[in-house]
Structures are given as C-alpha cells and as structure tokens.
Design a protein around this ligand. Structure first.
Ligand code: NAD
Length: 360
C-alpha cells in the first residue's frame, strides 16, 4: 500500500504533519512518499501540479492532501494558480465522487451558530459529483457578445453539462451510501430553470428503480440551502452536482461549528482516493500553529476505511478524536469557555496519545 502525501500550502503542511504522525502510530504497513503541490510546487518546479507529483499520485493507492492556495498567487494566470492542482488531480485520476460527512460532535454543539436542538446529533452525508458540471464544461471563455442584452459588449461564459453516465454513476454511489445509513437520498437540482438539472432529476429517478429500499426525494437547490439551516437533521444523504455541492457542503460544514472538523474523500471507480480537509489553506493563520488538524486526521481515517481496507484502524482514529474532544481539548476555532485551548501540534499529540492508550 502506498500513500502519496501532498501537504501543499499555508496550514497544509502543519495539519498534514499531524495526520502523518497519527498514521505512523497505528503500526500498519504502508509506504508514504511526500511531494509538493499547489503554490509550493509552483515555487519549486514552476507548476502547481508537476509531472513528478501527478505520477506519484497516480501510482499510489491513496493521496493525503492538505490544502493549496494563497492570495499572493492571485495574479498568476489561471493555469498556474495553486487551486489548479486540485482540479488537475480530480481530472487525471477520475475522482468523480466526493463524500463530505457533516457530523456534529456532542461536545461541539455549542460551537455551531445554530440552536443546539437543531444540530445535536447531526449526521448527514453530502455526495457531490466532482468532475463535471459548469466547473469542467467546455466551451468557456471571453468573447464579444453577438446577442443577449448587450450585443457587442465584452462577455464571459461557461458551459453547464452532464452526460447520462456521469449522473448514473454518482446516483449509484449515493444510493449505495444511503443503504449503509438511514436509507434516504435527497437529490438537489435546479430542474425548474436548468435543462441540465431536469436531465439530472430524470436520470436519478431512473437509477432509483434499482434501490426500492431507499427513499428518494428531489429538492431545488435554493430550498436545500434554506432547509440545511432550518432543519438539517431532516437530511440523510444529499446528492448533487459539482457547483451546488461545492456551496452546500461549505454551508453544511458551518452547521457543525467549524470547517476545521470536516474531512472529505474523493474517489474514482477503483476506490483510489484523495483525502483532504474540507477547508482551504487558511493563509490568515498559517505558520501560527493554531490550525485545527482534526479534519485532516479524520480524512486519514476515511482513507484507511475507503481506499486501504483498514476499517478497524479508521475506527481507532475516530474514537480517539471523540475522546480527545470529550477531555476538553480544543483548538481556537472550536474553543469555548470552560475548555482548554491547544495548538495544532498539541491536538495531534493528544490524538496520538489517545490511540496509544487503546493499544494494550
Ligand atoms: P479557508 O478554508 O482557507 O479559510 C476560511 C476561514 O476558515 C479562515 O478564517 C481560516 O482561518 C479558517 N480555517 C480554515 N481551516 C481551518 C482550520 N483547520 N483550523 C482553524 N481555522 C480554519 O478558505 P479561504 O480563506 O476562502 O481560502 C484560502 C485559500 O485556500 C485560497 O487560496 C483558496 O483558493 C484556497 N482553498 C483551497 C482549497 C483546497 O485546497 N482544497 C479549498 C478551499 C479554498
């Protein structure tokens, strides 16, 4: 088993170091190899996703990814910006299924901006299609408008598109995930306005015939955004396209108190996966040793479960995280009165210690 470790930029290096520490204490047999990605790779090799990094990722069973990006790269041409690395990895590895669980830990109920009764016990899963939609659709670009409200004016355009197989495979992924949970799928679309999402809705409905034991409902994205803050516990699995999923999963992240708590997995059809926290490189707190490493540590647990077939080790990490939270340790983003504030490294050390304690 081989893991490509791509820390990236900003807090990426700090949080990935903690996840690596946790993986090392598990006594599992795998090889880890580190490579630069994002801004760090641009500095080192002139490209955010150099061939050496891409080849390492392709040759690995799983990728542990930190985060990429920094405002200082905003002036670079788009193809050289750090964020292109993540799009490139998704595309080259065919990582079409993104899983973002949003779980509200009992101890963190107070960290959410919503009323405790709305989010206590929250456990939802957003399944986001990751390689299609308006983020990848061609053509795109800038041109002179030939029609519309201002013919002759400069305009920009993107293309929203989904093919039947793309929708079918993500729908199967969502229904199969729901079977292991509460057997409810909400497909989020904008079928009332967009042709692409009427098609999405039709295809999801067809695929649902294979899963009579799973309940399917459809919801427009604007309503879904509202329901996520009004009654988040009414959802089990949400399946949606790339752009809507991008927005809704960040909204769901905040329900749980901090984006620093949320892991994610992006898988291809061979279960090869990229595992990363749901947040970005947080340049505002980079280098200060205060970032919450738990989303990355929990991403490493998802990696063990989904790509490396090590469910017991994944359980050990997740239960260690719960025990550390129960002991009252908090990084600044989830701190509240009466708990103990710790930095990135101390939080990682505490998870390692909690795992070590369960060894014997
Ligand atoms: P961000 O997620 O990096 O930060 C948003 C806010 O959350 C900041 O206040 C930050 O301090 C805080 N935060 C994020 N992670 C945290 C953690 N682990 N612990 C404590 N606080 C945390 O989003 P942003 O500020 O919009 O973007 C910063 C950079 O990250 C940009 O260059 C953006 O393009 C990039 N980005 C990368 C990814 C990725 O690598 N997958 C995803 C999103 C954004």
């Amino acid at each position: 088993m081989k893991i490509a470790v791509l820390p990236g930029d900003g807090i990426g290096t700090e949080i990935v170091a903690e996840a690596v520490k946790v993986l090392q204490v598990l006594d599992l047999k795998f090889e880890m190899e580190t490579a630069p990605v994002g801004g760090a790779a641009y500095e080192a090799a002139g490209h955010p996703l150099p061939d050496a990094t891409l080849n390492l990722a392709k040759a690995s069973d799983a990728i542990l990814f930190g985060a990429v990006g920094d405002w200082k790269y905003d002036k670079l041409e788009r193809a050289l910006r750090p964020e292109q690395a993540i799009l490139g990895l998704r595309k080259h590895l065919g990582l079409y299924a993104n899983f973002r669980p949003a779980i509200c830990y009992e101890e963190l109920v107070g960290a959410s901006s919503l009323k405790p009764e709305l989010i206590a016990g929250l456990d939802i899963l957003i399944v986001r299609e990751l390689t299609g939609d308006i983020y990848f659709g061609q053509p795109r670009g800038r041109r002179t408008a030939v029609d519309g409200h201002f013919p002759g004016a400069e305009e920009a355009f993107d293309t929203m598109r989904y093919s039947r197989p793309e929708i079918e495979r993500i729908a199967h992924t969502a229904f199969q995930a729901a079977r292991k949970r509460n057997k409810k799928v909400t497909s989020v679309d904008k079928a009332n306005v967009l042709e692409t999402f009427q098609f999405w809705k039709d295809v999801v409905t067809e695929v649902h015939k294979d899963y009579p034991d799973v309940e399917l409902s459809h919801m427009y994205v604007d309503n879904a955004a509202m329901q996520l803050v009004k009654a988040p516990k009414s959802f089990d699995v949400i399946v949606t396209g790339n752009m809507f999923g991008d927005i809704l999963s960040d909204e769901a992240a905040m329900l749980t108190g901090s984006i620093g708590m949320l892991p994610s997995a992006s898988l291809n059809s061979k279960n090869q996966g990229l595992y990363e926290p749901s947040h970005g490189s947080a340049p505002d707190i980079a280098g200060k040793g205060v970032a919450n490493p738990l989303a990355t540590i929990l991403s490493a647990a998802m990696m063990l479960r989904f790509s490396l077939n090590q469910a017991t080790a994944a359980d050990r990490i997740e239960s260690a995280v719960k025990r550390v939270l129960a002991s009252g340790l908090r990084t600044a983003d989830i701190w509240s009165a009466g708990t103990t504030k710790v930095g990135t490294r101390e939080m990682g050390d505490a998870v390692v210690a909690a795992i070590t304690k369960t060894k014997g």
